[in-house]
Write a protein that binds this ligand. Sequence first.
Ligand SMILES: NC(=O)c1ccc[n+]([C@@H]2O[C@H](COP(=O)([O-])OP(=O)(O)OC[C@H]3O[C@@H](n4cnc5c(N)ncnc54)[C@H](OP(=O)(O)O)[C@@H]3O)[C@@H](O)[C@H]2O)c1
Length: 329
Amino acid sequence: MELPPKRDLAIAAGVAFTAVFAFYHARERKTRTRKIQRTDERVLVLGASSGVGRTLAHIYAQRGARVCVVGRRKKEIEEVELECKTIQRIKESEEDRNAFSFCADFANPEQMVMLRDIIQAEWQGVDTVIVAAGVSSLQPLLSVANLKHDSDHVELEGVQRVVEVAKAALHSNFIGPLVSATIFIPLLLSTSNSPSILLMSSLASVIPAPTRSLYAATKSSSLLLYESLAIEHPPIAFSLVMPSTIKGDFRSSAVDGGSIRDASPGPSQKGLDKSYVARKCVEAIDYRKKHVFLPGYHGISHLLYWLFPSFVEARAREKYQFIPKPSPF
Ligand SMILES: NC(=O)c1ccc[n+]([C@@H]2O[C@H](COP(=O)([O-])OP(=O)(O)OC[C@H]3O[C@@H](n4cnc5c(N)ncnc54)[C@H](OP(=O)(O)O)[C@@H]3O)[C@@H](O)[C@H]2O)c1
């Protein structure tokens, strides 16, 4: 019997792979809105006083969901509550808990337990937890250690500064997601018929970037934490969103006080629109998508990093305008 030519076999294998891939994802992504009406959804947004979290709160208020917004800046978070109420057409004077704010640090266990109890009392539970909070860091590690030249000996104070800055980055980028998961996973499991949790991670958590070592490492740790939790808690849909740079002033949250290398100071004018990122987050939650790269082609960049690391590293240096110091030898 004559075998089909190799090209036909390759095409058949490609078609079969695409069909299996499409079937698998269609099965995985049955829309959640069949189980929870948009107007019945109870949504908690951690890190909603600005940026993507704030835009997400507006979208959910628009859909008629109940929204609780959390952030450390009291004035800003109360403004967001008011914006949500205005969208929901609730008068400021009305005692209505369809939208409310809670001023808190999401890495603080006491404050988060208090929030859990309030949500339980007001809404009898939660369906969607969005972990949008995070902080940036912008300096190369050895600059954080106050070294003028990379080959100088680092002083004790320099190492201590690195540890302090790392702790500050860990606080919001790892401890906050950890505390939130520990407190809200049991509430999601016990009170929602379609529980969902979204982590706003970053492309930097899977493709490293120069001047972002502490940011990348701390964002990566929470990504791995949530990936592991997704295996431990299959009833919960975990969505892990990894955007590249987003327009806005995220860099002003830098815990190392670093100067901005890849753009002029002030809000970043380059990058993704926060409303685009927020819409993709909502889509990920509605369709129970697990890993979401933004833009989508960065899924390939991730693969390229494993196949051709030095090529991707060179592109990363270009993007961040980072020129490595020459070796003394
Ligand atoms: N902007 C980018 O280029 C970019 C790219 C990829 C991924 N991301 C990720 O996207 C997420 C949102 O960033 P964004 O651009 O929207 O920045 P943003 O405007 O600075 O928003 C960050 C939010 O996190 C809150 N937050 C930080 N630490 C907190 C804490 N300990 N407790 C409570 N709230 C805290 C901030 O509120 P308070 O200061 O009021 O507490 C703020 O509402 C972050 O997780 C970030 O890592 C950003």
